[in-house]
Design a protein. Structure first.
Length: 277
């Protein structure tokens, strides 16, 4: 039996609607899933409505992924929240603040890209983002690929907009502990998302000491790629954290996993989170 506690929709930088995600999950046998769009909860109502209409035997876990910065080196740390009250005022205020920072950042990145001679406008990127409440660099990358400037999204990041590249711009963000506190006061639980993407085991240890996480994302494509799944499972046991796992599915055919269900997470491995409420 499968689960997936890390999925994105058109409401952030994913390609598929909540309805399409649920249809795919039903087809591949996923029995529990979390919609974890970046810095917004707008997909939740549609997800619940469609589940009720279709009668799928899938447990829906309300989620979110909050982008944060940690330390003097500005490590990019993502915090997953589950089972919070999405109507909580402070939570929505913080998500709105983060979202506004995203818009300012994207405008600055586009200006840098334009200065390098590329034909790219804010309207191009907004059109690509469609319903998204969390406009981001992947939307820029998709436009650049569609216009024929680059062969792949990864090429855009590696050449222009990845961290340390010429068109990269920093975004104002919460700290991991601030994000965890917001999730907790909204009644939810917080998980350290894809620790392998931090790029430093010392930094991961410092982050775990800094923020009072309830869980850590053990099963994730980045951990599979770096052969660190066992490391994070050991860390979860040492710190008595719940274990989470998800595909980080966006639906982009050029980004692994290209289809829901290809990256498998066993239901039993993340059952503590699934059964939290």
């Amino acid at each position: 039996m499968l689960a997936d506690l890390h999925i994105h929709t058109v409401y952030s930088d994913g390609i598929y609607t909540p309805e399409q995600i649920l249809d795919m999950a039903e087809h591949v046998g996923i029995k529990a899933l979390a919609i974890t769009d970046h810095d917004n909860t707008n997909a939740h109502a549609r997800t619940r409505k469609y589940l009720a209409e279709k009668g799928y035997d899938i447990k829906f876990i309300p989620g979110v992924e909050i982008d944060t910065f940690f330390g003097s080196r500005d490590y990019n740390v993502h915090v997953l929240g589950f089972y919070f009250n999405a109507d909580n005022q402070l939570l929505q205020e913080k998500l709105a603040w983060t979202g506004a920072g995203r818009v300012r950042r994207i405008s600055n990145i586009i200006k840098k890209i334009q200065d390098r001679g590329y034909d790219l406008t804010v309207e191009d990127v907004k059109k690509e983002a469609k319903l998204s409440m969390s406009i981001g660099r992947p939307h820029i990358a998709r436009v650049m690929v569609r216009k024929g400037y680059f062969p792949s999204i990864n090429e855009v990041f590696d050449t222009l907009i990845g961290e340390g590249k010429p068109c990269y711009c920093k975004q104002e963000k919460l700290t991991p502990q601030e994000a965890v506190e917001v999730i907790h006061q909204a009644g939810g639980i917080a998980s350290f998302a894809h620790p392998s993407e931090v790029g430093s085991k010392k930094a991961v240890d410092a982050i775990l000491a800094h923020a009072k996480f309830d869980a850590i994302e053990v099963w994730h494509p980045s951990a599979q790629k770096t052969h660190e799944t066992g490391l994070w499972l050991k860390k979860a046991k040492e710190l008595q954290l719940m274990t989470s796992g998800g595909s980080d599915f966006h639906g982009d055919p050029r980004r692994y996993p290209s289809e829901l269900g290809i990256f498998e997470v066993k239901y039993a491995d993340v059952a503590d989170i699934i059964n939290y409420k």
